[in-house]
Write a protein that binds this ligand. Structure first.
Ligand code: PMP
Length: 357
């Protein structure tokens, strides 16, 4: 059997490892920011019925324009977003990939503010686009001044903002996004994977879309919607951006089964999102209880909390794993990230962590 090094693989892939958190089937899985609550059974039954009907159409290719799904997503987003402004793909990772295929590439540059979602850099480099970074403000915050100064210094083709930011949970104020748009003449991409966990009063970057044709906002059904296994991500943008993605998408990239499942799930959006308040409460509980154990917890607008002050994060990660609890080592000094799960999972995590001290 050959090994990778025996193959004429691209030079930039040599020595790399596949990206992804360890997939371990332990009792308490708080490592990839999923929704720990399964979808309601009544909704599951409706999805199964839709899937059964879709199965009978599998001899044909699916709707390449997934129009009914886009209508459902536009209705869910509200804010006057039209079907022609919405595009979907197999997870928001694929949305980002398509965006870079259309607007990035060799000779083009992305500017981002790490620590941020690792796949932003991986997909950027994977499409031959240059990955430029600038520092955040203290406490991982991001001010308009910092963002504008970095844009003026680098003049990137694309600016990536993650709002709220993974892995820190940090919000990005709307005026920061507006300032980034004004300062830049390239695309401004806002990753709102965790939007539904933001405080109810916090406006989404979607409200900035009118008259900003270089602004792109992505969302996903993987987090609040409890639909990670279905692989559905989407974006809202000017219809011209959607036209650009049509040029790079593979034909029929969303299967008939994916479309049917997502359409059915969106019909039940309020029930699908019924656990968001509970998850926010567990997140806020983590932010208030982790300091009692001697750690610094960062304010989070998402469904996870970054905490630091650990002597040896890797040892803590391993010790929790031995207790059947998996969280995430995000490679930041003295820090770990934990997803806000069910009340019971949060209790098990906090008790196990306390027992380690
Ligand atoms: N964006 C952010 C900020 C994320 O944290 C994630 C998943 N961890 C994604 C995008 C990708 O999610 P998906 O492909 O499941 O939509």
């Amino acid at each position: 059997m050959a090994s990778l090094s025996d193959l004429p693989i691209r030079d930039d892939l040599r020595g790399q490892s596949p990206y992804g958190a360890p997939q371990k089937h332990v009792r308490v899985q708080l490592n990839v920011n999923e929704n720990s609550h399964p979808i309601p059974e009544a909704v599951a039954r409706d999805i199964v019925e839709s899937l059964a009907a879709a199965v009978l159409t599998l001899n044909r290719y699916p709707d390449r324009e997934f129009t009914v799904l886009r209508e459902g997503l536009a209705a869910y987003l509200g804010h006057g977003i039209g079907t022609e402004q919405v595009w979907a793909a197999n997870g928001s990772n694929e949305i980002i990939q398509q965006l870079l295929q259309a607007f990035g590439g060799p000779g083009r540059r992305v500017l981002a503010f790490p620590p941020t979602y690792s796949m932003h850099g991986i997909i950027t480099r994977g499409t031959g686009t240059t990955w430029l970074t600038a520092e955040r403000d203290p406490g991982y915050e991001l001010s308009a001044e910092t963002v504008v100064a970095a844009i003026e210094a680098h003049r990137p083709d694309l600016v990536f903002l993650c709002a709220p930011n993974n892995p820190t949970g940090t919000p990005v104020a709307l005026d920061v996004i507006e300032a980034a748009y004004e300062a830049s003449d390239g695309m401004v991409f806002v990753d709102e994977a965790y939007a539904e966990f933001m405080p109810a009063h916090a406006p989404s970057a979607i409200t900035l879309l009118p008259d900003r044709h270089r602004l792109v906002v992505s969302r996903t059904m993987s987090k609040a919607f409890a639909f990670a296994g279905a692989r559905v991500g989407y974006l809202a943008a000017d219809p011209a951006v959607v036209d650009a993605l049509r040029l790079v998408r593979l034909p029929y990239h969303l299967s008939a089964l994916t479309q049917a499942a997502a359409i059915a799930a969106l019909r039940h959006a309020p029930e699908m999102l019924a656990t968001v308040d509970d998850i926010r409460a567990q997140r806020d509980r983590l932010v208030s209880e982790l300091p009692v154990l001697g750690y610094r917890a960062y304010e989070s607008w998402a469904n996870f909390v970054l905490f630091d002050g650990l002597d040896d994060p890797h040892a803590t990660f391993e010790a929790l794993l031995e207790r059947d609890i998996i969280i995430r080592d995000v490679g930041l000094p003295g820090a770990l990230r934990v997803t806000a799960g069910t009340e019971q999972e949060t209790t098990l995590f906090l008790e196990a962590l306390a027992a380690l001290a």
